[in-house]
Every structure is written in structure tokens, then in C-alpha cells.
Design a protein around this ligand. Structure first.
Ligand SMILES: [Zn+2]
Length: 483
């Protein structure tokens, strides 16, 4: 049987595909063998003791280049163990177990639709400092019914300006630049910087999202980015001067495949700009809800530098940003590049090594369980007093929070979200229906649980501006507090 994962195609002698098994046996998969992988090789391990499947895909064409890809082949073989670092292949140890949760961006069409849950466990590697999900879902499980559309918000527009100014000031982009964005979504960032550069191009795997981008005039290739995609891009469009990837580099179980594509595409003058949630902020601010199946890695400067070094690259600059609860922008070039290394790299790296200590990780885990206990008690108390609670933001992080704490439609009446395509659907597992801001305004709750706390100021301003001066806001991190 044949199944397609975007550009990847597999053939199996079995009557079921791997995806079928994921759907049929999400909790206790049976042993089975397959043969006849055709264009690509799929490596997966059934981890009965952990009740989960791990799937990694590796391009067959890359395996046929042993010299260049020896390390990746080793990585692939070793990664069949669920407790192996997917950056450096060392053994990992448990950081935090959040139980089982459905893919956080898979919104349901009806309340009674069954939604599978998968283990949400993060491990840490002592050798390179990498924090990663123990079990990674394959792309099809994650991106079927994918509803994340980059919102249009004043917070984001300000951030785009901040990022653009940084890139221009440091000569990472110029008027003559060709900018490629990996995971470009509906093209908001490319649309923003388009007037400042010569050419923009996006690549994104979600067909519905690519269509929306193309409709607004942002040329977007519908595919996953890897070595093969980079070959096609180079042939058709030439070498980009800057490759940008914002909040999606960690969405791939195999970052080596992305970097193979990047190093094939850029020359010695080119830069790679990776914007991502920053592990130090996640740990410091108890942002455990940043953990969900799409986020397969939680990058620090240390782990990113280690990963880049395996591909002949290094960091030349860093930028910190408050967006999404504290993000970091890594700027990297080939080691052979003439770009000077900013003193910022050393400064932040030193600060990170002083802050990301074993006791900081221990506090993070303890505080995570404290938030669960406090929020659970608070909600129970409010319900006992007949208070009405909605969540604000049908976000992935919100689903992690709700499912970890165990809050459902029994406690929370509605979830409010401004994205039209989400409205009328239901949050996975918690079964809370999503309504528009207008509907919430007609029947406001006593409390909004801010599941989009990264847009806290903007949300509170919006709610007050439409005349709601009574609803209070429960903010879940860094500790439960009410505004
Ligand atoms: Zn490692």
C-alpha cells in the first residue's frame, strides 16, 4: 500500500500504513514488520513500555551519500531508541511528563468526534543541552486538520518591524536580497518585508495555508523543506541571501534534514535566521504550555550551536524578543563566512550557562505541578460560586494547559478566538466550543482564562474597548494570578 507524506512516498507490504496504525493503536501499538519501502526509508520503533510510536523519516537519496551523510545515518539508526538525543545521539533523561494530549492544533468539527491522545514527554541531553520531545508524531498526524493561521495583530506587526530593523542594521538583508521563508504560513512576515528586499519566496507544507498565501501575492511552494526541496529551489529561483524560519524550526523531528537543505542553498555570504521560543524563558517563566507535539525541540543557545556545528555552521548574532512569551532569534552562517561574530553571542551564551542549571530545571518541574494544582482549585472554587469561565485563545499552548490540568467543557463554557476558521469548532479532548469575540461580548463571562497569555495586553485592551469592564482575567504563567 502507498501513502504520501507531502513529497514523501512509501510503499508497504502490510495492509496498513504507519498512519493507520497511529490512528488505530495510538495507545498500545502491536508489533508488525514491513518491507518494500520504495523511494524513502522509514524508521520507527514501537515502544510498548512507553505506549507510543516514534517515527522518523530519512531520505533514501541521502543515505546513498555515505561520506557526506555518515553522521545522519548514525543518527537515524540510534534515534530508533526513544531516549536518544536527536541532535548529538547521546542518551537523554526525563525532564517533564505532561501526560497524554491530542495534537494541539487539531480542532474538531463536532463535540463527539474521537480524538486520539499521545504522550507529551520532554527529555534533556546532558552532553549538548538539547531538550526534546521523547515521542514525535509524523507530519500527517500533525498537519491534517491544521488550523494555525498566523494572526494579524498589532503585537506581531511591531515584532516584524523590530526583526526587520535588526536584520537591516546588521546587513543580514538589504534592498538586493532574495529572502526565503521556511514555514511561511499565510505569508504575513514576507508580505511585511517585501517592500524592503528584491524578492521573497515562501515554502510551507499545509495546502490550505499555501493557497491563502498565494491569493495575497506571496509566492509559496507547498512542501516540507529539506535537501530535495533546496535543490528544486536553487534550480528555479537561485540562491537566497537570507533564509528565515520563524517558530517552525522546532516543528521537525529531524533538524539535520533542514540544515542539509540550508547548507545546499546558501553560499558563504548567506545567513540563516531562526526565530524560536527560547528554552531559558520557558524554564524561567514556567511556560510548560509551550510544550506540545508540534514543538519537537526546545532550543537553547548551547544546543543550537552544537546542532549548527555538525553542519559546518555557527552563530554570528542573537536577538532577544518578548514575542510569544520570550523568543530568541538565532543568526547563523557557514563557518567559512566572513561575517564577524557579534559579542552578543558570547554574552548571552554565558548568561544562559549560569541560568540553565539543574536546580532551574527542578524548579520548573515543581512549579508546573504547582500551577496545575492552583488552577484546578481556583476553577473549582469559582464554579462553586456559580461563576462563568471562558478561555481566551484557541491556542496550542491553551490545549496543553487545559488537558494537563484536566479542564473540559464541564468547567469552561466557551473558548473565544478571533480567527473565523476556528469558530464553531471544538478544542481537542476538552471539547470546549470556540466562539467569536462578538458572541463573547453579547454574553460575557465572569472570568477569561488567558490561554493566549502572550497577547495578554492586547486582549485585555480589546475586551475593555468594547465596553466589558467586569470580566476578570486569569493568567496561568509564571504563576496563577488574576487581573
Ligand atoms: Zn545531545
Amino acid at each position: 500500500m502507498c501513502i504520501s507524506f507531502s513529497s514523501l512516498t512509501f510503499s508497504f507490504s502490510s495492509n496498513f500504513s504507519a498512519v493507520d496504525y497511529l490512528r488505530l493503536f495510538p495507545i498500545d501499538p502491536p508489533e508488525f514488520s514491513f518491507s518494500g519501502a520504495r523511494a524513502h526509508l522509514i524508521v520507527y520503533s514501537f515502544v510498548k513500555s512507553r505506549k507510543m510510536i516514534q517515527i522518523n523519516t530519512v531520505s533514501q537519496s541521502k543515505l546513498s551519500q555515505p561520506k557526506k551523510n555518515q553522521s545522519k545515518k548514525d543518527w537515524m539508526q540510534k534515534s530508533s531508541s526513544q531516549m536518544t538525543c536527536r541532535i548529538c545521539s547521546s542518551d537523554t533523561s526525563l525532564l517533564l511528563d505532561l501526560g497524554a494530549s491530542p495534537p494541539a492544533n487539531s480542532l474538531k468539527e463536532s463535540a463527539d468526534k474521537f480524538q486520539e491522545s499521545y504522550s507529551l514527554v520532554t527529555d534533556i541531553c546532558d552532553k549538548c543541552g538539547n531538550v526534546q520531545l521523547r515521542y514525535c508524531l509524523n507530519e500527517e498526524a500533525l498537519y491534517t486538520d491544521y488550523f494555525y493561521v498566523t494572526p494579524s495583530s498589532t503585537t506581531l506587526s511591531k515584532h516584524y518591524q523590530y526583526l526587520q530593523d535588526f536584520l537591516k542594521k546588521n546587513d543580514f538583508i538589504s534592498r538586493n536580497s532574495f529572502v526565503l521563508e521556511i514555514g511561511s504560513n499565510v505569508g504575513n512576515f514576507l508580505d511585511f518585508i517585501k517592500p524592503q528586499v528584491a524578492q521573497v519566496l515562501g515554502i510551507d507544507p499545509a495546502a490550505n495555508i499555501c493557497q491563502l498565501a498565494s491569493q495575497r501575492g506571496i509566492k509559496t511552494i507547498c512542501d516540507f523543506f529539506d535537501y530535495q526541496a533546496s535543490v528544486k529551489i536553487k534550480e528555479e529561483f537561485g540562491r537566497p541571501n537570507a533564509i528565515v524560519t520563524r517558530h517552525c524550526f522546532a516543528h521537525n523531528a529531524n533538524p539535520h534534514a533542514i540544515l542539509d537543505g540550508v547548507t545546499n542553498l546558501i553560499d558563504e555570504t548567506g545567513v540563516l535566521v531562526i526565530e524560536n521560543a527560547y528554552l531559558l524563558n520557558t524554564i524561567k517563566n514556567n511556560e510548560f504550555d509551550q510544550i506540545y507535539h508540534e514543538h519537537m525541540f526546545y532550543y537553547s543557545i548551547r544546543s543550537m550551536q552544537h546542532l549548527l556545528s555538525l553542519h559546518g555552521m555557527h552563530l554570528v548574532d542573537l536577538l532577544m524578543s518578548p514575542i510569544h512569551g520570550g523568543s530568541i532569534v538565532f543568526v547563523a552562517t557557514k563557518k567559512s563566512s566572513a561575517h564577524a561574530i557579534s559579542p552578543t553571542v558570547h554574552k548571552y551564551m554565558e548568561a544562559e550557562s549560569l541560568a540553565l542549571t539543574p536546580s532551574a530545571y527542578a524548579d520548573f518541574v515543581e512549579n508546573t505541578f504547582e500551577i496545575k494544582k492552583t488552577l484546578s482549585t481556583l476553577v473549582a472554587d469559582l464554579i462553586a460560586k456559580d461563576k462563568k469561565i471562558y478561555t481566551y485563545g484557541a491556542t496550542a499552548k491553551g490545549n496543553t494547559l487545559l488537558n494537563f490540568v484536566g479542564l473540559t467543557s464541564h468547567e469552561i463554557q466557551y473558548c473565544v478566538d478571533s480567527t473565523a476558521s476556528k469558530q464553531g469548532r471544538y478544542l481537542p479532548k476538552s471539547n470546549i466550543q470556540i466562539i467569536s469575540e462578538e458572541e463573547a461580548q453579547q454574553n460575557p463571562p465572569d472570568y477569561f482564562l488567558l490561554t493566549a497569555w502572550n497577547y495578554k495586553d492586547e486582549i485585555i485592551r480589546k475586551v475593555r474597548q468594547v465596553g466589558n469592564h467586569t470580566s476578570k482575567f486569569i493568567v496561568p504563567v509564571p504563576s496563577i494570578h488574576i487581573l
